[in-house]
Ligand binder design. Sequence first.
Ligand code: NCD
Length: 308
Amino acid sequence: MEMRGADVTSIRDFGRGDLEEIFAATDRITDMEPGRRRQLCAGKSLGYLFFEPSTRTRLSFEAAMASVGGTSFGISDKESSSAQKGESLADVVRMMSIYSDAMVLRHSLDGSSRFAAQVSDKPVINGGSGTEEHPTQAIQDLYTMRKVCGKIDGLTIGIVGDLKYGRTVYSLLHGLGNYDVNVYLVSPESLRIRADSVYDIKKKTEYVESDNLNECIDALDVVYVTRVQRERFPDVEEYLKVRGSYVIGADMLKKMKEKAVVMHPLPRVDEIAPEVDSTPAARYFEQARYGMDTRAALLALILGDGDL
Ligand code: NCD
């Protein structure tokens, strides 16, 4: 796909070749002399519209844009924008497409980024839409696997936690569909992957569902842990029943393969005990770093003059 000027609304638009192009650009940009790196998007601006809380996604986009010489500005919560006065998403997006060269949108509704891309004449990047998609997180997750495991093909990956509401899970599964991997989906019964998404995922990836992490933990190369998405539960009682279902602590690490790694899109609440942080298996902070690098590469590919 042509990356220059492209929207990034869904990971499903990216084939293996596109992903490999982004990974190779990330490798190049990481090794690049900072002065040269700052030329890549010099004079360009990135607008962000974040209608849901965020730490890493917004900050890593800002840091990424600064590292390639661009600027960023925007709205980081619903309350501080005119959306609060009843302005439509379409109008907010139209305004941002006047002020900036590209924008990142995070919104609680599925389809919000696709809608924004239709309204905007500047590229729109999905920074998380509803429970549906978080494509740049998937790019960062796949890049992390490639970096820390050396390759993605052949890996056995366990995705653990909230598979019903976790949007990173869906984007990651669609991204993994480009590779030859074995997947275990581990969740409480009530948080299994949504039936409406299973069909497409099954076409490309074989997976086994389970509610018992102990059944597969010793087979995994990657343990991808997710937060139970409390804010998306219609009923808090249902949340209370499943919170803390799986906790990765020292006992779990002992059951893992020697070289297995633990990943997490973050924020974590109680799914990974702090004692894991200092072990070689813990890769979630490194993963967050790759979020900045992959986003810098993506911005340079979308906005740059092709010299990357
Ligand atoms: C995720 C999200 O917003 O979907 N956060 C992130 O961007 N790393 C995961 C989460 O909130 O649990």
